[in-house]
Design a binder for this molecule. Structure first.
Ligand code: CMC
Length: 392
């Protein structure tokens, strides 16, 4: 076994070799399969990026058509599953419902569980991509006590997601093209990010040969925490609280710098990016245009930009290389689109699903893969003898 060293938070431990996503944290570079995130965000679509991440190459027109068609046809869920989605308490956090729902999906599709058969894995891939979209809209509607709508196969992935989420039953609904394009782009930006907390979770669960559903459901739970995907919700709560306190950004930043327990500038900082997060740059532009098109809350956007401005010229943040990350501005866009704060992290999960699937598949077919089993350095009591209860 050799010498064991402790590396808390895996600051300096690579868990695998991977060909999926490249990040250069000093230069602020992010590429999926070699393609710069800026180009994909501008020219691609979410399902095309999902194909790219999972299959390693951009699809031809006929490959993309076939893939979209297959995903589209599987968006309907079993009627019993639909009923199940409506049975959580109204106040349940959507992330808890979503993780439970993805886990429960496996019980409806026992024919898609074999992690070693390529055709079965492909089926599970399509089922999960398709049904996660439906589940995300149901999570939203169930939290409001609204009826769960059926998919419309004639519409695109994002377009029909918006309809299923926001349409009034039996009424015409046409999604705003600005919203469709902006949400599609946000999903692309979230689609993969190499070995982050949730992706490492997916891989480590899968390394025991657990099936794809079990693995990605674990990923959703890892994503839910406020230091990870939950940060997008936490940012909006933070902005709203600062505003309710009179909007004093300088005072809030003082509390952050004084390291008041539990007070961090949410949406700032990153383990890998030490220059800027290229996703945040794209999101900030999008926030500006979506909010002006939809008439979102400009006061909160101004407040966020004010906090960023203070941070970027403050030694506390400069010396620690803290910059806005992807979560800093996304919440403002989601809010303007009509999503409640609790839905922000489920939207992140919807976007990250292709990445989790691609990483799980890469791991499963990598001859280097072994069960994930870190070591420890034991610091507890040395050997001692059991004492009977009445002698303690
Ligand atoms: N506000 C104030 N101080 C911070 C922040 C922040 N957001 N982030 C880091 N620091 C300080 C931290 O206190 C530490 O200071 P010191 O050296 O004096 O102890 C230093 O910067 C290094 O921080 P760290 O916590 O050791 O860094 P990490 O790599 O372990 O954590 C992080 C990375 C993203 C968890 C952290 O920056 C953080 O908590 N940020 C806020 C939550 C957030 O926005 N998360 C989203 C991450 S990006 C996308 C995603 O995963 O969802």
């Amino acid at each position: 076994t050799g010498m064991v060293t402790v590396d808390p938070g895996f600051m300096n431990t690579a868990s695998c070799e991977s060909q999926i996503t490249y990040i250069d944290g000093d230069e602020g570079i992010l590429r999926y399969r070699g393609y710069p995130i800026e180009q994909l965000a501008e020219h691609s679509t979410f399902l095309e990026v999902a194909y790219l991440l999972i299959h390693g190459a951009l699809p031809t027109k006929s490959e993309l058509d076939a893939f979209e068609e297959r995903v589209n046809r599987h968006t309907l869920v079993h009627e019993d599953f639909r009923t199940f989605m409506g049975t959580f308490p109204r106040h349940a956090h959507p992330m808890a419902v979503m993780a439970s729902a993805i886990n429960a999906l496996s019980t409806f599709y026992p024919e898609s569980l074999d992690p070693h058969d390529p055709e079965t894995v492909e089926l599970a891939t399509v089922l999960i991509l398709a049904k996660t979209r439906t589940i995300t809209s149901y999570v939203h509607r169930a939290s409001k006590g609204e009826p769960l709508l059926y998919p419309d196969y004639s519409r695109g992935y994002v377009e029909d997601f918006l309809r299923m989420t926001f349409a009034v039953p039996y009424q015409q609904y046409e999604a705003d093209p600005t919203v469709v394009a902006a949400l599609d782009q946000l999903l692309i930006l979230h689609a993969d990010h190499e070995q982050n907390c949730s992706t490492s979770t997916v891989r480590i669960v899968g390394s025991s040969q657990a099936n794809l559903y079990a693995s990605v459901a674990a990923g959703i739970n890892a994503l839910s925490g406020p230091l990870h995907g939950g940060a997008n919700e936490a940012v909006l709560k933070m902005l709203t609280e600062i505003q309710a306190d009179g909007g004093d950004a300088t005072n809030f930043m003082k509390r952050v710098k004084d390291k008041e327990p539990g007070v961090r500038l949410m949406g700032f900082g990153h383990r890998v990016y030490k220059n800027y997060d290229p996703r945040a740059a794209i999101v900030k532009k999008s926030a500006d245009s979506v909010l002006s098109a939809l008439g979102g809350n400009d006061e909160l956007l101004d407040l966020a930009m004010g906090l960023e401005e203070i941070a970027l010229s403050d030694d506390y943040f400069i010396s620690r290389k803290l910059y806005p990350n992807v979560d800093f501005y996304t919440g403002l866009i989601y809010k303007a689109m009509g999503f409640s704060e609790e839905m922000f992290t489920p939207l992140f999960a919807l976007g990250r699903m292709p990445g989790w699937i691609a990483q799980w598949r890469e791991m499963m077919t990598d001859p280097q893969t072994k069960i994930g089993r870190p070591r420890q350095i034991y610091t507890g009591a040395t050997s001692r003898d059991y004492t009977e209860l009445d002698a303690r």
